[in-house]
Ligand binder design. Structure first.
Ligand code: PMP
Length: 337
């Protein structure tokens, strides 16, 4: 038995029970570990779906150029799909992202353009503006725009949501999920709420993003926005992929708490996950008082830790940001001597 190409390995990722870290959390806590996708992240699902929908709608033809704003994971998914289906890829990203992410994208044939982080989205230098300009200038190209492209949430409505329902035999009571474009949390929520409207959907956001305040008040408050270190989630605008009516709660976590928790997930559960997985579980920890012993909670772990080895998995990097207290740093150094 064989698969026809790498794209056929996307999805059907394992749901793995957390045992040590969540001992004092009521209920069964499960992680949907989406680093098992071929591009090492959940974004493979929506990348393939966006390409399939664009092909069906005639927006791009083989030999054309895929253009996208991506922090890496969406780019990886699109790049894999492009290799198999015969497209070129140009990605715009920000200087805040891990260098490893750019190198990985280049390894699978993509061109990467790095843009400044701390500019307004409508500034001509922003990675959104550069992607839009390239799409206008390059013939037979298409800007996928994962933020407003509803094939993003559709991928999770069609795959991630049903997998969670089947893997828990319909027993899931809560889903906890970091929120960026909103595609993952909204698509999962739309599917699961159709199956059982009582399922609670908790989105996890970062301080410095305006999503939580928008969810609570409906106000787009730019005073909420400040630079943050966490990667992959939080936004300074509200993408069209959100349907806030299927989300029950937004919880904000700090850069430090997310990073520390990601390190604990690796050490205590053996799951070497990315930064946002730490933030996701930290969000759950902040809400554990709301859970009961029969609850079945699914936390979405978006990507793999290998992309963060020079960041959260580097003690010096953690120390420099005050994320690792001096006492525990001395313990690490002493243990090594
Ligand atoms: N975590 C990581 C590592 C991601 O790459 C993303 C996607 N930007 C998210 C979380 C948030 O997912 P979504 O964009 O579907 O809201």
């Amino acid at each position: 038995m064989w698969l026809n190409n790498i794209l056929e390995t996307i999805g059907n990722t394992p749901l793995i029970k957390l045992n040590k870290l969540t001992q004092d959390v009521p209920g069964t806590i499960l992680a949907k570990v989406d680093y098992f996708n071929p591009g090492n992240s959940i974004k493979d699902r929506m990348a393939l779906k966006m390409l399939e929908v664009a092909e069906q709608e005639g927006k791009i033809k083989p030999g054309g150029t895929i253009i996208e704003c991506t922090s890496g994971n969406t780019g990886m998914g699109l790049a894999l799909a492009a290799v198999v289906k015969g497209y070129k890829c140009i990605f715009t990203t920000t200087d805040k992202q891990s260098k490893e992410k750019f190198d990985i994208l280049k390894a699978v044939g993509a061109e990467v353009i790095v843009c400044p982080t701390n500019v307004e989205p409508d500034d001509p230098q922003s990675y959104y503006s550069v992607a839009r300009r390239l799409a206008r200038e390059i013939p037979n190209s298409y800007h996928f725009n994962q933020y407003d492209n509803l094939a993003n949430r559709l991928a999770h409505y069609e795959t991630t949501g049903p997998e969670i329902w089947e893997q828990t035999e319909g027993k899931v009571t809560h889903v906890v999920c970091t929120a960026g474009t909103g595609g993952t949390v909204t698509g999962i929520a739309q599917f699961l709420k159709e199956k059982n409207p009582h399922i609670q959907i908790w989105a996890v956001d970062v301080y410095g993003s305006l999503l939580t305040k928008y969810f609570r008040t409906g106000e787009i408050d730019m005073k909420e926005v400040h630079p943050y270190i966490s990667e992959g989630f939080g936004e300074d605008f509200v993408p069209l992929n959100y349907d806030m009516s299927v989300i029950d709660h937004f919880e904000q976590v700090t850069d430090k708490d997310g990073a520390v928790m990601a390190r604990r997930i690796a050490k205590e559960e053996g799951l070497f996950c990315g930064y946002s997985a730490g933030s996701c579980l930290q969000g759950l920890m902040q809400l554990k008082h709301k859970l009961k012993k029969d609850d079945v909670v699914v936390c979405i772990f978006h990507d793999h830790g290998s992309r963060y080895v020079a960041k959260i998995y580097n003690d010096q990097w953690m120390m420099e940001r005050g994320f690792l207290d001096v006492k525990s740093f001395k313990d690490i150094v002493n243990a090594r001597q």
